[in-house]
Design a protein. Sequence first.
Length: 358
Amino acid sequence: MKMTFRWYGAASDPIPLKYVKQIPGMTGLMGLLDKPAGVDWPEEEIKALVEEVHAAGLELEVIESVNVHEDIKLGLPTRDEYIANYCSTVRTLAKYGVKVIIYNFMPVFDWLRTDLARVIPEDGSNSLYYNERDLGDMGPLEIVRRTAEGSQGFSLPGWEPERLAQLEQTLKLYENVTEDDLRANYKYFLDAVVPVCEEVGVRLACHPDDPAWPIFGLPRIAHSKEDFDKIVALHDSPANGICLCTGSLGSNPDNDIPSIIRHFGMMNRIAAMHVRNIKFLGQHEFRESAHLSSAGDLDMYEIMKAIHDVCPDTYVRPDHGRMIWDEQGRPGYGLYDRALGAAYLNGLWEAIERNEMS
Ligand code: DNO
């Protein structure tokens, strides 16, 4: 297992790489260049990023994310140009040592919450929160406005303003797109990109829908074991992998996370893991909790044990922390609670390993 940390680049992330390096057991980053979907990432910028990360004593073997252009998901004629750019970016990233590329295939919205700083009454910290009832009252345009407002001035992953500026138009384009259409467009993308990944030694890692159900009537095809069975079958290759996010899939209590990890790990399809805990508050209502098992509803020991048993060499990152100790930062991506999360997950790992040896 390689413990990693999501980092947004020196221009946009208030957390210096030096601090990341000081978290015990941290080996590297899940890093990115802040580029709109569809762009071919320039080699000189990739090179500069890799050098900066290496200079801090960290690795950059995982990129999160290279986003998929909406025209690819919609299957528009313009998709070929964007797919060619995607393939070119894969090649350049591989040249600089990248091994895994995380992305998602969610139409329009990436992750979605109805409150980015919900106060947790027990201890006064705050975290990301979702309540389907609030969403119903809001509608897509309102949620975009509220999310931008709640972001404290930080760019949010998956919420690029230039893309969301065309929200109404994009939502219209999806009106007649079914889940099967989306899956067919997904296959077209994978059939073009996976062979390039195989050639250069990169694995794609598809992030689940977050939350794990359809929203605003949009087709979503990546939120259960059955969905991912279909995705891995779209193009049969270890390079067509999964970024198994425990909190995203885990937002639906019907998803048994340790068993899903075991299922896809045994198929050699887990390319990366996001590990976090969540607290269920009601039907389609949850908040993100501290990583500790007892702080939420997921069994973090069983999750780490499953990783240990079926994909022990994978990349793991602590996911969305709460905001604690009055930290000001990007919602979900502060330093303190994610550092605590990493320390806790490393502790579980050490205990699991020791136990195996005895
Ligand atoms: C949210 C993240 C996601 C993830 C993308 C991958 O915090 O986990 O935005 O990075 O879905 O493309």
